[in-house]
Structures are given as structure tokens and as C-alpha cells.
Design a protein around this ligand. Structure first.
Ligand SMILES: CC(C)(COP(=O)(O)OP(=O)(O)OC[C@H]1O[C@@H](n2cnc3c(N)ncnc32)[C@H](O)[C@@H]1OP(=O)(O)O)[C@@H](O)C(=O)NCCC(=O)NCCS
Length: 190
């Protein structure tokens, strides 16, 4: 009989996971562009520790992937330039970072992590207390995996912007997904 691999479980990150996520990032820093520097890894772990807005993918007790999500004003200029955010309407959730161990990739783990992160973003509030209207995810132009996840989860590519600091790719692709609330109703901002 063929041996089946243990199932992958997606769950909220806990403080005990932080050293495992750090190790995952250190071992696969080169998969990002620019590569995750030791300083950037430090910041990533600090953000996860502080806000706890992270999920891990666990298989047989091993952390094989993670996602960090939240809300942020840091894409507002891009969204404004693309005509997507009018003053006072900037309330986007964001997929900050996503990593799946190559041994466990192309098995749907990345898709599940982003899907679950979106579900959690829907329940978050922007700092002014209002609900979040949309989710933004970005990737460099050569990142086929993230592009495909975006397509599967019904993000729309809304623009490409020059990225600073990249080593291999010039452009950042901006993916955008309006959130729906309630029973399938399109969410209308206040
Ligand atoms: C990008 C990444 C998160 C994808 O994770 P994953 O677990 O492989 O994603 P999934 O298995 O859910 O794949 C989703 C789709 O993308 C496809 N895909 C994944 N990696 C791919 C690749 N390198 N090239 C082409 N297609 C790819 C899968 O086949 C799947 O398509 P399908 O549903 O039509 O079969 C993972 O490859 C990774 O961590 N890469 C390095 C870090 C990185 O780039 N992070 C994102 C920064 S924005």
C-alpha cells in the first residue's frame, strides 16, 4: 500500500513557534528577492511576536510554512496612484510574508495559508475601528507560485511598480481583492 503523508494543519502562531519560523527563514532566505537579511528576519520575528498575526502550517509536528498578515498604511501611495484608495478610504489588509518549505511546496499549503489569513483579516479592524475593505498581496514579477495563489483566491492584478532593493527582479506586482461580508454580499465601505 502506498504510504500517505501526514496531513498539514494550519493554525495560529504561538511563541513556541518563533524559533522554528526563524530557522525556516534563515534556511530559505535566498528564495526571496531581495534575500531575507539577518536584520529583516529579526524584524519579521519581532512583528510576529508583537502582533501574533501569523499562521503556521504544521505537518507531523514540524513547522513547514508560515504567513504573516495584518493591516498597514504602507501601500497607500501605490493604491492611491492606481485610483484604488480615495482619501479616508484606506483600509486594506495585507499579506506581508509567506513561505513554504520547498519539500512541502506545490501541495496547496501556500494557498491554504493565504486563504486562512484572508478569513482572519476579515475579522480585523483598521486602527480607526472600521472594518477592512480589501486585501493586498504583492510579489516580484518572477514569483509564479504567489501569482498562481493570487489567481486561485480571486485577487486581481492592479498594477506593477518599480521596487527598490531587488537583486533579480525589477517590478513588484500588486494584487488586490475586495472583501465580502455577510452572506455573499459585496462589502460596501461606509
Ligand atoms: C510561493 C510559495 C509560498 C508557494 O507555496 P506552495 O505551498 O507551493 O503553494 P501551493 O502549493 O498552494 O501552490 C499554488 C499554485 O501555484 C503553483 N506553484 C507553486 N509554486 C510554483 C512554482 N515555483 N512555479 C510554478 N507554479 C507554482 C502550484 O502548482 C499551484 O497551482 P495549481 O493549484 O494550479 O496546481 C512557496 O513556493 C515559497 O515559499 N516560495 C519562496 C518564498 C516566496 O516566494 N514567498 C512569497 C513571497 S511574496
Amino acid at each position: 500500500m502506498p504510504r500517505t503523508r501526514p496531513a498539514v494543519r494550519i493554525r495560529k502562531i504561538s511563541p513556541d513557534d518563533l524559533p522554528k519560523v526563524r530557522k525556516l527563514l534563515e534556511e530559505h532566505a535566498h528564495l526571496f528577492d531581495p534575500r531575507f537579511s539577518p536584520k529583516a528576519i529579526e524584524t519579521e520575528i519581532e512583528q510576529l511576536r508583537k502582533y501574533e498575526t501569523g499562521l503556521v502550517a504544521e505537518r507531523a509536528g514540524e513547522v513547514v510554512g508560515f504567513v504573516r498578515y495584518g493591516h498597514t498604511p504602507h501601500r497607500i501611495d501605490d493604491l492611491r496612484n492606481l485610483g484604488l484608495a480615495k482619501p479616508g478610504q484606506e483600509r486594506h489588509g495585507y499579506i506581508f510574508s509567506l513561505l513554504v518549505h520547498p519539500k512541502h511546496s506545490q501541495q496547496g499549503v501556500g494557498t491554504r495559508l493565504v486563504e486562512e489569513a484572508i478569513d482572519r483579516i476579515k475579522k480585523m479592524k483598521y486602527p480607526d475601528g472600521r472594518p477592512i475593505r480589501e486585501v493586498v498581496m504583492t510579489h516580484h514579477e518572477g514569483n509564479k507560485g504567489t501569482a498562481r495563489i493570487g489567481k486561485k483566491l480571486k485577487f486581481r492584478e492592479v498594477g506593477r511598480v518599480e521596487a527598490s532593493g531587488r537583486e533579480r527582479h525589477r517590478l513588484t506586482v500588486i494584487l488586490h481583492k475586495p472583501l465580502r461580508r455577510g452572506r455573499g454580499r459585496a462589502f460596501r465601505p461606509a
